[in-house]
Design a protein around this ligand. Sequence first.
Ligand code: GBH
Length: 490
Amino acid sequence: HATPNSSGSVEFPPGFLWGTATAAYQVEGAGHEDGRQDSVWDVFCRIPGAVHHGDDGMVACDHYHRYREDVALMKSLNLDTYRFSTSWARVVPDGRTVNRKGLDFYSRLVDELLTADIMPWLTLYHWDLPQALEDLGGWPARDTASRFADYAAVMADALGDRVPVWTTLNEPWCSAFLGYTSGSHAPGKKSPELGLAAAHHLMLGHGLAVEALRDRVPQASLGITLNFTVSDPVDPTNPADVDAARRDDGMFNRIFLDPILRGAYPQDLLVDVAHLGLAELIRPGDLEIISTPIDVLGVNYYNGGAVAATPEPRGDAPLATAGPDGARDQDAGSPLWVTRSPNPVPEGIHPHARGLPTTDMGWEVQPEGLTRLLLRLQEDYTGPRGSAMFVTENGAAYPDVVEQDGTVDDQDRLEFLDAHLRALKDAIDAGADVRGYFAWSLMDNFEWALGYSKRFGLTRVDYETQERTVKSSGRWYADVARDNVVPARG
Ligand code: GBH
């Protein structure tokens, strides 16, 4: 593309949707209220050293009680849509019995959004499996997929008349490989075999849930949100590095994209993991279910990475560039994980820092990766299948600097969003069918294994008082949403 949208004002297509995203366990609190029981995250948070500072989601942003105020906040940000997740452990606390009071909360939230003319975008699963189902084997157990479809049906019967877009899972890569292979997320298991089994059954659950939703809410748009990386070989002339990038792309991106959008696992990946039992789990008919047509692909993009077949020369600064996902973060107290990916192939995939700026997560800031990612998804996956894309998460953690008067002037986050929206517009101009964008996140919240130590919000949350303060980035984003334009820089 000849004219990148690098500094002038940038207008988005008419009808482009502007939103923010959150997830149930990260914002709701009300941990054991109205019949909610433990999810795997409640239990994980009680393991000494599993979560930074021993934090948990029992109170979080108290959104369960403050949702009216929070919808008013969204309105003040001129949002068209709000992406939230429902807590399975609130709705079906023991994995079998429906809890009316839990369902009622989401009914109230949806009504409040509709009254404010904000479109509800519902995600059924953002990592909070009822502990009762983990006790029966969790995602590595095939039956969990059917329980997920039952839960989807319950939600559809309750909210199908009012929610126009449903996504099944958020980021099954994290659920499978951070939860069951690296152990840095709940339920903290550490096995390549379990991770792959979880991945297959998560996708099976997705397919069964799409079938259940299609039956009950035929008018709704249905889909899934995946997290992506953009894997570049450190040395593109070195075949070993090129191969590391291929395997990284396989285990991160294609392991989900191909079954869901092409109805088959990538051949090269099946060869790479042949010793880990994945093929033995696949039953006849599974891939037909998994590839049930979807209408929307949710794209979560934070960063890409350069990978090599050999470790970076580290000198005296071991692990300096490690991000927290791989559980190399000392504060998270998690066990050492040697490569970026919880990579179940024996040969290493080694991340190398490229000297790019990084966020407070240690993740490289790489907006052009978003352009390349969206064009690739358009050409290789969604275009041929006729599904539209939405960026369902993008954002950055930076420490808040609070001024005397309580304001937060987060130019770093504002610039991050500005650069990624320009990169997104580059992709649209070059032919990617992207119809909306959700900033992560509406407000600071429980950042999983890093607890409350990392802030992603457009709005600051004071966890002592629960006071919300819109940051500079939030005010800027409100103008973008109102005008459908990213203003000129400067
Ligand atoms: C999302 O996950 C979640 O959906 C959301 O709940 C969460 O709060 C938010 O992001 C922020 O973390 O190898 O060091 O380059 C993001 C998951 C982020 C997983 C980037 C892979 C690669 C890090 N991904 N990560 S690194």
